[in-house]
Design a protein. Sequence first.
Length: 175
Amino acid sequence: MGKILEKIQEELLAMLPPTIYFLISLGLVAELRVLMLKGIGISVGTQVQVVIGALILGKAVLVSDILPFINRYPDKPLAYNIAWKTGIYFVVALLIHYIEHLIDFWRQAGGLIAGNRKLLAEIIWPHFWAIQMILLMLIFNYCVAHELARVIGRRQALQIFFGRPADAAAGSILR
């Protein structure tokens, strides 16, 4: 039983950084949606949806990271893996965003197919794609930070970002 608890704790700790990042990011996106839709009578999601979305994206990142094809370009410049992972995570975010809207329309229409038809007819596509563009940039930023930390090491990355500047320069691998 101790090994099971250790594995659960390890998974939760590994899930923490992407989940916190996506919680903050999705919170920003949710606030932007509120501001974009203010005054036109369209209701927006709740904070519970933001938390659930962050947990899903955090877990999706972990699951994606163990897939054999995720580090498709280990011997190429870092930009290749960043672009590849950004694309994969973006597709996951796009699906989650679409399903989030679909669930709302499904409830209104009373059925999945009717909800999808209603969604396709009534969604404000410029708003949907604006949110997707913001998510793309947030995902790209996450991938850049994640790949840099993977290459230089977790300890060095933490030192660079959260240590004292003099200590980071003294232990720099870039000198």
